[in-house]
Write a protein that binds this ligand. Structure first.
Ligand SMILES: Nc1ncnc2c1ncn2[C@@H]1O[C@H](COP(=O)(O)OP(=O)(O)OP(=O)(O)O)[C@@H](O)[C@H]1O
Ligand SMILES: [Mg+2]
Length: 266
């Protein structure tokens, strides 16, 4: 099973929007997709649900004590091919309690081991580098890093890439792959935005895409819809469609190499 963490320790850079939109596009294209909300703010959960949720990732990961529910027991269907493992504010207390647990970074990975039904899991991480994000990074094969097109945000991205380097070098997830940096809220009339995209292009890490800024994205949130449903012809929706294509290519490559490794082991 393939999973991708959408992560950046900075807040408000488009993690949740990206998770929801890519999930909706890829589910519409026929992949069976699970969205995991690892953020106690639960924005992703609120986007897709109408009533308060009782069973959440807090019950799966547990706290200082083991979780009481399996991942399958908290998953809710959202629409055809799309499901959600929701979050709520209790996940914040969970994270504090996790500190005293053995294997505290690998709990999500362990929870994934019982899942067989999904082609792709997208993990929406909180805006911090704590144990919840660590669980996302250890459970994922790939990472997408959304960022705003500003110099200070790129410093934050560098910090995150350093953290990822440590996740690799300390053996927590040696093979984790960065699909790329996704510039969000881009305004092509702004020279600084153009310069930042040039800087990302020149770095080692790939530029996964550029999502234009549009008020339609905020309108879509208010309407509780992904932008690709709300305004499929809008520029941000079109940009997300091309990012989804790149994710599909990555999935094919990754699945092929997984199958290859499995054959080698047999
Ligand atoms: N392309 C865009 N154009 C305009 N507004 C956008 C765009 N992408 C995201 N937004 C808005 O920016 C805000 C932050 O986006 P989002 O919630 O996806 O970020 P986040 O990184 O998940 O935030 P947090 O760190 O708080 O979880 C939201 O109000 C969202 O509607
Ligand atoms: Mg978010």
């Amino acid at each position: 099973m393939n999973s991708i963490a959408i992560t950046n320790q900075k807040g408000g850079v488009g993690k949740t929007t990206t998770t929801a939109t890519l999930g909706a596009i890829l589910a519409d294209q026929g992949l069976n997709v699970l969205l995991v909300d690892l953020d106690p703010q639960a924005s992703l959960t609120q986007l897709f649900t109408h009533n308060a949720v009782e069973k959440t990732m807090a019950d799966v990961l547990g706290s200082s004590q083991e979780g009481t529910l399996t991942l399958s027991e908290v998953i809710q269907p959202i629409r055809d091919n799309l499901s959600l493992a929701p979050s709520n504010i209790r996940l914040s207390a969970s994270e504090l309690g996790l500190v005293s647990r053995w294997g505290r970074e690998t709990l999500l990975k362990g929870a994934f081991s019982s899942l067989v039904d999904y082609d792709l899991v997208l993990i929406d991480c909180p805006p911090s580098i704590g144990l919840l994000t660590a669980n996302g990074l250890v459970a994922a094969q790939g990472v997408i890093v959304p960022s705003l097109p500003a110099e200070a945000d790129l410093w934050g991205v560098k910090l995150l890439l350093d953290t990822l380097g440590r996740v690799q070098s300390e053996g927590l997830n040696p093979d984790i792959d960065v699909l790329g940096i996704l510039i969000v809220q881009y305004d092509g009339r702004t020279n600084e935005h153009k310069r930042i995209v040039g800087v990302v292009n020149a770095e080692d890490q790939p530029l996964l895409g550029v999502i234009p800024r549009s008020v339609k994205v905020q309108e879509a949130v208010a309407a509780k819809k992904p932008i690709t449903d709300y305004a499929p012809d809008s520029k941000p929706a079109q940009a997300y469609f091309s990012v989804a294509e790149k994710v599909t290519v990555w999935l094919k490559q990754n699945s092929a190499s997984e199958a290859f490794m499995r054959d080698l082991r047999q």
